[in-house]
Design a protein around this ligand. Structure first.
Ligand code: ATP
Ligand code: MG
Length: 238
């Protein structure tokens, strides 16, 4: 896949639901490369932006484009929500279901499941009921299911929220691995340390607006807005 095909454009995107504005005049481009990390306080619009970029929420005004096209969100995208739901079956069968849903030929299933479970470090838990896995393990299983779709772009909504350092590291390692393999990761986090560790590009949202976006190093070393400066300094954005 050409890198231009990965490009997602937001042009003056506003999303409203009833009287509530979920996203306010956001203009940005998500391009191939290292992960794009969305940061910002609760209610900033991170989940909304991810859902819109995935094509699950349509703009009320403005437009969203995928590889320059407005009406054709590509199929090769996957999203992992903040609280993924496990099917009431084994870890192995959860991935098998995802492969089936993605239309992968049955003959390849067993080998792919083994590979995906190894990638997320769950090979030892293949036969365990998925709902008995720990929260961190369930997140990793959700990642394996998303990867079963062989996405070109992977959206992750707070993939490490409320996980301990070891589980967080396990997830971050998977993110780095798939990113190196050329999958574009677009994720949200509350954790600035995580953004520093993973981001090629950072997007700061606050009160459903885009405050600042840019290369991670520039964002952290020389933020150009007062909000970004405060956020990086650990002051509360209210
Ligand atoms: N379907 C909806 N109807 C009404 N308001 C909504 C809806 N979805 C989101 N919102 C509101 O839109 C704003 C942005 O929400 P969003 O979930 O995108 O924020 P977030 O940055 O993901 O926050 P958090 O860090 O808490 O997950 C919030 O004020 C939220 O209450
Ligand atoms: Mg959210």
């Amino acid at each position: 896949m050409k890198t231009a095909d990965l490009q997602i454009g937001f042009e003056d995107v506003t999303i409203v639901a009833g009287a509530v504005t979920l996203l306010d005049r956001v203009t940005m481009t998500i391009a191939a490369g290292e992960p794009t990390v969305l940061v910002g306080p609760n209610g900033a619009g991170k989940t909304t932006l991810l859902r819109a970029a995935m094509g699950l929420l349509a703009p009320s005004r403005g437009k969203i484009t995928w590889a320059g096209e407005e009406h054709s969100p590509p199929t090769r995208r996957a999203i992992v929500f903040q609280r993924p739901t496990m099917l009431r079956r084994s870890t192995f069968a959860n991935v098998a279901y995802a492969l089936d849903a993605a239309g992968a030929p049955r003959a390849r299933h067993a080998a792919e499941i083994v590979e995906l479970l190894a990638l997320v470090g769950l090979d030892h838990a293949a036969e365990r009921p998925a709902r008995r896995l720990s929260a961190g393990e369930q997140h990793r299983l959700a990642l394996a299911r998303a990867l079963a779709r062989r996405p070109a772009v992977l959206f992750l909504d707070e993939p490490t929220a409320s996980l301990d350092p070891a589980s967080t590291k396990a997830i971050e390692d998977v993110i780095r691995t798939v990113s190196r393999r050329g999958i574009k990761v677009v994720m949200s986090t509350h954790d600035l340390g995580e953004a520093r560790r993973l981001a090629g590009e950072v997007v700061l949202l606050h009160r459903v607006r885009l405050i600042e976006s840019g290369a991670a190093r520039a964002f952290f070393d020389a933020p150009s807005t007062e909000e970004a400066r405060k956020f990086i300094a650990g002051e509360l954005l209210v």
